[in-house]
Design a protein around this ligand. Structure first.
Ligand SMILES: [Zn+2]
Length: 283
């Protein structure tokens, strides 16, 4: 499943490729993705301009010139692609937007999703901030409001492990399994620690690690997940740069250079998710 850096990368690609375009046609080739497609609103979004594109958590929102917002989620296997009008449609291209850009050139933006866990919802602008999929979302980790004190306050009132709390979308959005593992390693904090026992000093360190890891991932174009593709259809690769994720049994990049005894990355399950960490560097 794409995490924040992948969605941010997709969002940035969409901004440079389709922002400002006018929706001339919408082809809906499936009745349902994660949710039923509301075809009754389709005619209301025709001839609307895509004014702005933003990311909120792992959702992508197209604000249109009319009264609506298009809300997308990539699910497990969603991707966008842009092609010429005459190009052949690909299998699992479920939603096809014919767009006309500022130079009056037409392109097709396709939302493709083999596993159909993604979503495409048309929401009235006045209802977007209280929409059931968005209203509960927690802090954006790359926003200035997300700082050491904010994370400390989130953690101290939580009765679960620090790693599960980082992945709780009601508290902080967009950090999934990969970047939770990587950020905890970077901060030297064991994923098995109780959230409430993290000190303010550690919370500050962890905040800096989260921002650093996510920013680095965005710069390198997202992660390596098999299904992840950016808008141009290119795969993003970042996996070779992971410090702990999927590195069970391999040498820790820090302590193995110091002749410590337990310098191999280990894996255990936390809330059903494979968690990778170094028992020597992460306390
Ligand atoms: Zn280590």
């Amino acid at each position: 499943m794409p995490e924040l850096p992948e969605v941010e990368t997709i969002c940035n690609s969409l901004k440079s490729n389709v922002r400002g375009s006018i929706i001339k046609d919408v082809g809906v080739k499936t009745k349902k993705l994660r949710y039923k497609i509301q075809t009754r609103y389709i005619k209301e979004i025709l001839n609307n301009r895509i004014q702005s594109i933003i990311r909120r958590g792992k959702y992508i929102l197209f604000f249109l010139s009319g009264n609506f917002v298009l809300l997308f989620h990539m699910g497990m296997s969603g991707s966008f692609s842009i092609s010429d009008l005459c190009s052949q449609r690909k299998k699992h291209d479920h939603i096809l937007f014919t767009l006309e850009n500022l130079k009056r050139k037409k392109k097709v933006l396709a939302f493709n999703d083999p596993r159909k866990f993604g979503c495409f919802i048309i929401v009235r602008k006045e209802k977007i901030s209280c929409h059931r999929l968005l209203h509960h979302l927690g802090l954006e980790p790359l926003d200035d409001q997300f700082n050491g004190e904010a994370l400390f306050n989130i953690l101290k009132d939580t009765h679960s492990l620090v790693k599960s709390t980082l992945m709780n979308q009601n508290k902080i959005v967009g950090i999934g399994n990969i970047y939770a593992c990587e950020a905890l390693f970077d901060a030297g904090i064991s994923p098995q620690r109780d959230a409430a026992n993290i000190s303010i000093h550690e919370a500050k360190k962890l905040t800096a690690s989260i921002k650093k890891i996510l920013t680095k991932a965005i710069k390198s174009g997202g992660s390596s997940l098999v299904n992840y593709k950016n808008v141009d259809g290119k795969m993003g690769y970042f996996q070779s740069k992971f410090s702990v994720y999927k590195r069970e049994g391999e040498d820790c990049k820090i302590c193995s250079k110091k002749d410590t005894k337990n310098s191999k990355i280990i894996r255990l399950k936390i809330l059903g998710r494979s968690t990778y960490f170094c028992p020597t560097c992460q306390l």
